[in-house]
Structures are given as structure tokens and as C-alpha cells.
Design a protein around this ligand. Structure first.
Ligand SMILES: Nc1ncnc2c1ncn2[C@@H]1O[C@H](COP(=O)(O)OP(=O)(O)OP(=O)(O)O)[C@@H](O)[C@H]1O
Ligand SMILES: [Mg+2]
Length: 369
């Protein structure tokens, strides 16, 4: 899949723009606070309906306006789609796909797979499991579309079960809910485990290029240890009731990143952690490509940040070997390190951002930059 064009209005500091993209490599460069990440953010919204930087939609609307509007022409499953997204300060949202209103934002996620790697993600290893679980579930969702329904059903039942726990007299009061929850949880587990197993060899291969001295592996943790969920729910009933919530659920799952037998987060430097996160996201991209899924659009924010020259080169070499149908957007402050990557593509597009104004730079002008 690829994004052909994007019109931006009243989004953060960006001036109204209509941008036409390369189906392969797009580079967005400019000084700090110019608006580079805001462009990636607007692209991400096309596929997710929300930002990767904030959950507060109102922050995305230009300070002086009441709504932002994005309009994009894109190719998904080789069919051209026209997508419009408008968000208002009161949180109302208006999404139109080919001029028809789209009721469920989750429909966007399967239609427009977008993966992002931004400085916000470099703490993926050290922060709690929710970021790693999201990363895992993003991958699972794009392989198993029935995953979302089952996952949502689990969330609903767990919520209901937690409400009932407090007033319950014995485990019997919960049995009917658990008989639905257990098979759904098993299915969610299986999807997650399968995805982790498929991702592992790609992660291993890429991580060993970026970090040849560290033995890294992935391990899926389903959210509870040992016993089957059925016995645990019975066994933990009294404690659950006391706590007021269910302890063993799919909401506790984690994608553990290990160095040998230890958690990598406890031992790796910040730069190494960034490389691990990068390897994870690139492995997800590679897996989607190998499986013949739609290639997710890949957004890479601030490519130079925190990487030494050698590691930056490794990453750039990896990006230079992407298949033809892979669309990539990269932001950077300094263009120089990217020039060799740009020269390997004959249709790369360069965008310069200055105080929110975006201009296209011809490749021939690039060497003079
Ligand atoms: N809702 C908003 N309305 C207007 N301006 C905003 C809004 N939200 C953020 N800004 C401003 O937009 C500017 C661009 O931010 P952005 O994060 O896109 O910059 P950037 O080019 O990625 O910078 P950096 O290189 O530092 O990462 C910032 O100056 C920010 O203060
Ligand atoms: Mg930025």
C-alpha cells in the first residue's frame, strides 16, 4: 500500500499544504520545531484515527482553529481510496472513505497499515508492558482480523467480571462469565504466541546485525504463569474479590525482550535499547513483507537521534535494501547522512519544512543543500 497525496489544514503548526509523495522514499527535513514530526503524525492518523504522540485530539488542532482536516489519496490492496479525517475540539470526528461516512475507526487500521518508529518509542523496553503488548497486538491484528473481535470481547467480559466480583457470594456467580472468557483468552493467547514465534527469527536476524555482541530473543508472556486459566480463576477467586479485579487476564500479557536469560532492559545502554526497538519494528515490517500482506507504510521520526555513525549507517543500509513496494517516510534535521540513501532511489522525494511551511526540493537541488 502507499499514500499518494495528503492535504493538511489547521494541523498543529503546519500551513495548509498539499503534498504528493513518492511511493518509495520520502525525506522530510528541517530545523527543530519546524513541523516534521507533525507531518508524520498526520500520516499516522490516516491509519489509526489518532496520534502516536498524544491521546488528546484537541492538541493536534492548530491553536487558533476549531478543527483540523486531512485528506488523502492512497492505494490500499491496489485500489485507490480517498480518505478524509476531520476532528473538532469537542472530540467529534468525521471520517469519510470515498465520500461515505466511516462508522468504525478500527476499519482504518486494517485498510491502511502504518508502522511508526519515533523517539517516543525508545523507552519501549524500560516502560511497562503496555507498549510492548500494543506492538505485539498491532502485528497480530494485521495477520488475524478476527483477533480484534475476540480481544474486545475479552475486555468486555473482564470488565463485567470485575464489577460482579465485589457483590458475588461464591465463585459460582462468575462461572457463566468465565466459561466465555476462558476460550476467548486461549484464542487471543494463541494468536499472540504464533505471532511472537513468527517474528522471532526476523528479529534475531536484524538485531544481530545491529547489536552483534548481544544475544537477544523474544519471549511471549500470556499474562499469568503455569496453570491453565480455568484453574487459576477458581483458585484466585477470593483474592480477586478482595482486590476488586481479576488478576490473571490477557491484559497482563507482555512481549519480553531477553538478553540471554535476563531482561534486556536491565543491561542495555540507551543507544542499544533504541537499536533493539528499531530491530523489532523492522522485523515486523519484514514479516509483513514475507507473508505477502500489504506492506505497512513505515514512518521513521528523527532518524539520526542517539545513534552513532556506524549504527546510523547500518540502519540506512537496511533501509536501502527495502523492496520496491515499500513506502518509507523519514524525518531528520541533517540531510547529509541520508544523501547516499536518497541517491539509491530514483524517485525519492524531499520535503523541506520551515516554520510550518512545507516545500518540495528537487533531487537535483539536493546536492547543493
Ligand atoms: N496545536 C498546535 N498549534 C500550533 N502549533 C503547534 C501545535 N502543537 C504543536 N505546535 C508547534 O508545532 C511546532 C512543530 O512541532 P514538531 O514536533 O512537528 O517539530 P519538529 O520539526 O518535529 O521538531 P524536532 O526536530 O524538534 O523534533 C512546535 O513549535 C510546536 O510548539
Ligand atoms: Mg520532531
Amino acid at each position: 500500500m502507499h499514500i499518494q497525496s495528503l492535504s493538511i489544514q489547521n494541523f498543529r503548526n503546519l500551513q495548509p499544504s498539499r503534498l504528493h509523495f513518492s511511493p518509495q522514499l520520502n525525506i522530510i527535513y528541517g530545523n527543530n520545531a519546524a513541523g516534521k514530526t507533525s507531518i508524520l503524525e498526520s500520516l499516522f492518523i490516516l491509519g489509526h484515527g489518532r496520534s502516536f504522540r498524544t491521546s488528546r485530539h484537541s492538541k493536534l488542532i492548530n491553536y487558533e482553529q476549531d478543527s483540523f482536516t486531512l485528506f488523502s489519496e492512497l492505494y490500499s490492496h491496489n485500489v485507490q481510496q480517498r480518505l478524509g479525517v476531520q476532528r473538532f475540539r469537542n472530540n467529534d470526528v468525521n471520517v469519510r472513505l470515498n465520500q461515505e461516512p466511516l462508522a468504525k475507526l478500527s476499519d482504518l487500521v486494517s485498510l491502511i497499515p502504518i508502522q511508526v518508529l519515533a523517539p517516543e518509542h525508545y523507552e519501549l523496553l524500560t516502560k511497562g508492558p503496555s507498549g510492548r503488548r500494543k506492538l505485539l497486538d498491532w502485528g497480530v491484528f494485521h495477520v488475524e482480523h478476527s483477533f480484534l473481535k475476540r480481544w474486545q470481547a475479552c475486555q468486555r467480559i473482564i470488565l463485567q467480571r470485575n464489577k460482579l466480583l465485589k457483590g458475588s457470594l461464591s465463585y459460582k456467580d462468575l462461572e457463566a462469565w468465565d466459561s466465555q472468557l476462558i476460550p476467548l483468552s486461549d484464542q487471543v493467547n494463541q494468536y499472540r504466541q504464533d505471532y511472537c514465534d513468527s517474528l522471532s527469527p526476523y528479529f534475531h536476524e536484524i538485531a544481530s546485525q545491529f547489536l552483534p555482541d548481544v544475544q537477544l530473543s523474544l519471549e511471549f508472556y500470556k499474562g499469568w504463569q503455569g496453570k491453565d486459566l480455568e484453574s487459576l480463576l477458581v483458585e484466585q477467586y477470593l483474592k480477586d474479590k478482595k482486590l476488586g479485579y481479576t488478576q490473571s487476564t490477557i491484559q497482563k500479557a507482555d512481549l519480553k525482550i531477553l538478553s540471554g536469560k535476563r531482561l534486556a532492559a536491565d543491561y542495555l545502554s540507551r543507544g542499544q535499547q533504541k537499536l533493539v526497538t528499531t530491530a523489532l519494528k523492522l522485523a515486523q515490517l519484514r514479516l509483513a513483507q514475507e507473508r505477502g500482506q500489504q506492506y505497512p507504510v513505515f514512518l521513521l521520526d528523527d532518524i539520526g537521534a542517539e545513534l552513532d555513525e556506524n549504527h546510523q549507517k547500518l540502519l540506512l543500509n537496511f533501509l536501502a535494501k527495502q523492496p520496491e513496494k515499500q513506502q518509507i517516510f523519514i524525518t531528520c534535521v541533517h540531510l547529509d547522512p541520508l544523501k547516499s540513501l536518497i541517491n539509491r532511489y530514483n524517485n525519492a522525494r524531499l520535503f523541506h519544512v520551515e516554520h510550518g511551511a512545507v516545500s518540495i526540493i528537487e533531487a537535483s537541488e539536493m546536492n547543493a543543500q
